[in-house]
Ligand binder design. Structure first.
Ligand SMILES: [Zn+2]
Length: 137
């Protein structure tokens, strides 16, 4: 497992803040940025992309993941999420489920407040008793 050094985390915060600037959130005004680190060491960012048809909105965590998957990545070391909220932001349920297709349940999820103060959780903590591809066997 990749070590989560302070240097790595601060780099992820910077990248996710830049991604947050790209958020397309005309309806909620709730801008979110995310950065996922692949086991290769490469980092991929994402922002939320809203739609007039609300059900078509996509979160920052999933755009970051899909960005990575489109580049051929299939295994991941960490994900960081940041929004404009005073409180730390957690991935929503749909993102947790989507991430679980590719990440291990002990992968760290770094949840930040708007300034980058963070708490680290494992996916197992965020989504216990989950349904994954292991259940499809
Ligand atoms: Zn989400």
């Amino acid at each position: 497992m990749m070590e989560l050094s302070e240097e790595l985390i601060f780099g992820l915060i910077d990248a996710a803040k830049k991604a947050r600037e790209m958020a397309y959130a005309p309806y909620s005004g709730f801008r979110v940025g995310a950065c996922i680190v692949a086991d290769s060491g490469n980092k991929y960012t994402g922002c939320n992309v809203e739609n007039a048809s609300y059900g078509a909105c996509v979160c920052a965590e999933r755009t970051a993941l899909f960005n990575a998957v489109c580049s051929g990545e299939r295994s991941f070391a960490a994900l960081l999420v940041i929004s404009d909220s005073e409180d730390i932001t957690f991935p929503c349920g749909i993102c947790r489920q989507t991430l679980l297709e590719f990440i291990s349940s002990d992968m760290p999820i770094i949840c930040c407040d708007k300034n980058g103060a963070f708490s680290i959780f494992t996916m197992k903590e965020l989504m216990p008793h989950s349904f994954t591809k292991e259940n499809m066997k």
